[in-house]
Design a protein around this ligand. Structure first.
Ligand SMILES: [Zn+2]
Length: 97
């Protein structure tokens, strides 16, 4: 598996299907990989579940620039987990898919 440092995404191929970057490096266990983008409330719940499973995760607020400019709370989270825990985290996420 490969890793795109632009998008923080795992890729089966040595190029990124999201940004088109080529010549990707092999993914490493400690690389934080994009898991999903979700609503605030779901993100908080996922974080609790991941915590319970001892899966480290990073939640980044993500929203449109306009909302940020108006100082409104961002609506979405992007969740990242280390590649070493990615499959397990994906399984948890799939329970809600
Ligand atoms: Zn990319």
């Amino acid at each position: 598996m490969y890793f795109c440092e632009n998008c923080n995404k795992v890729s089966e191929y040595d190029f990124c299907r999201d940004c088109g970057r080529g010549d990707l490096r092999e993914v490493k266990d400690h690389d934080f990989c994009f898991l999903t983008e979700c609503k605030n409330s779901f993100g908080e719940m996922m974080k609790n579940l991941l915590d319970q499973e001892d899966i480290p995760c990073v939640l980044l607020p993500y929203g449109s620039g306009a909302r940020t400019a108006f100082g409104m709370k961002l609506e979405n989270y992007r969740i990242f987990v280390p590649f070493s825990h990615f499959d397990k985290a994906k399984n948890i996420l799939d329970l809600f898919g």
